[in-house]
Design a binder for this molecule. Structure first.
Ligand code: DLL
Length: 430
């Protein structure tokens, strides 16, 4: 189902006109209301009207997470705190939390883009949504909630964790759609297996998974074990939350539509910051076009992907590829760049291995060393020494790095307990 057919299939020429009109409004708002942005324009000797359209955005500087922290908590907001309807914040494990605010109109946009995303993922009015994203300062739970109600679904606001209760309610309430992190969907599938629960006792048809990078290896694991169709939802608090982009359930693997009437994307080189052409991989940048309380200009997401228009697809909006990783999470091992998703992708080809793994990075005699710990599938009966060698060889051929492989028994490598899972254990500076 296409939730907002007029907008989602708007011809590109019209979409550009709409973006340019909205951009003009946003730039004026930022220039007038936020000293940080005014200073940026002044330093360049530019006025908002010098930026004629989205094609001129590259002249402006990026906004980075550090800028948000430097203006903690409300310094980049364009309205007074008494005009806000909601505030979310990141966990702030690496310093001050990043704070984001929403007016009533912003929340209406949030609901709209999540409603579009849910429909794109296969959900329909009248279905139930088992919402296992965390409720609280994290945007996942409340963000999905608003969009689901807007589309006419009943929401089960179960939040993350307490897996026993999740299993019970999945069976009792017969929800057709689940949303959570892909690693938590794996936990649910694993716990079903462990308890001998056949997921056919549930009524799940679709899973809307995101908030962390994941690959086809995890998709096929979840789809097989939970007997449903899984799609990718992407977003970040600084831009709105979940629902910045969404993969269509009938176009799996071809990328996710960015709702570009609200969020204008660019891809730039991670070192030079120079714009890159469609199809090339780089850092994803967003400019919000409609947000009121907290618009952002050229926000540096740190996420690595590429952009393309897919003219054979249902909607006109641009598609982004699955995120390979965050540029600040990229490991450099003996001079070679490494994202954990590259190792994960190889798991697709080895059915004896599960998609639950961990990369442990250590230093041995001044050299970085990566050990891949991976759980075997419960049904595995093969020769494990050969299996480990086979996996290590595939890693070396595909990625160019030698890694040690340790095969573990099922249930021994940490799993998500409800939220995002860190698959990298870096012991180099310990
Ligand atoms: O994770 C919002 C969200 C909630 C998205 C629920 C999807 C579903 P933050 O906590 O601000 O917001 O984290 C944003 O998470 O910059 C990416 O690095 C990562 N991320 C989010 N979705 C995906 C995805 C939410 N589908 C950061 N694939 C982003 C890969 C993702 N990474």
């Amino acid at each position: 189902m296409i939730y907002n057919k007029t907008i989602e299939t708007l011809p590109l020429v019209e979409l550009r006109k709409l973006q340019n009109k909205r951009l003009k409004h946003t730039l004026n708002r930022l220039y007038k209301q936020v000293p940080f942005y005014k200073k940026q324009f002044d330093n360049l000797g530019l006025l908002p009207e010098d930026v004629k359209g989205v094609e001129d955005l590259h002249q402006l500087p990026f906004t980075k997470k550090s800028d948000l922290r430097d203006h903690y908590p409300f310094g980049l907001f364009t309205c007074a705190p008494n005009k806000l309807s909601r505030i979310h914040a990141s966990s702030g494990t690496t310093g001050k939390p990043t704070v984001v605010g929403y007016t009533k109109n912003d929340l209406a946009i949030f609901d709209e883009v999540v409603a579009r995303s849910l429909a794109c993922a296969g959900a329909k009015p009248g279905m139930r949504l088992h919402n296992a994203y965390g409720y609280g300062l994290f945007t996942g739970g409340l963000g999905m909630h608003g969009g689901a109600e807007k589309i006419g679904m009943a929401v089960i606001p179960i939040s993350g964790g307490m897996t026993d209760r999740q299993l019970r309610l999945l069976e009792d309430f017969q929800s057709e759609v689940i949303c959570c992190t892909p690693s938590y969907a794996q936990t649910i599938a694993f716990e079903c297996e462990k308890r001998g629960i056949n997921p056919s006792r549930f009524n799940l048809k679709y899973a809307v998974l995101g908030a962390e990078p994941w690959t086809e290896a995890i998709r096929s694991d979840i789809e097989k074990k939970l007997q449903l169709k899984a799609t990718n939802i992407y977003g970040l608090s600084e831009i709105i939350g979940p629902g910045v982009s969404q993969e269509d359930f009938e176009e799996q693997g071809t990328g996710s539509y960015i709702w570009e009437d609200h969020f204008f994307p660019e891809i730039v080189d991670k070192d030079s910051g120079k714009p890159l052409p469609y199809g090339q991989e780089g850092v994803l940048i967003f400019t919000t076009l409609t947000k009121e309380a907290f618009p952002v200009l050229r926000y540096w997401t740190n996420d690595i992907c590429s952009l393309t228009y897919d003219y054979s697809s249902k909607r006109t909006h641009i598609k982004m590829s699955a995120i390979k990783g965050r540029s600040d999470d990229m490991l450099i091992i003996r001079g070679v760049n490494l994202f954990h998703t590259q190792v994960e992708s190889i798991l697709t080809d080895i059915p004896e291995l599960s998609a639950n793994y961990q990369l442990v990075v250590t230093k041995a005699e001044a050299m970085d060393k990566v050990t891949v710990k991976v759980e075997m599938n419960a049904s595995n009966t093969s020769d494990n020494i050969n299996l480990a060698t086979h996996f290590a060889r595939k890693i070396k051929t595909n990625i160019g790095i030698s890694m040690d492989v340790i095969l573990e028994t099922p249930g021994t490598i940490p799993r998500s307990e409800g939220g995002k899972l860190n698959r990298i254990v870096d012991l180099r500076n310990k």
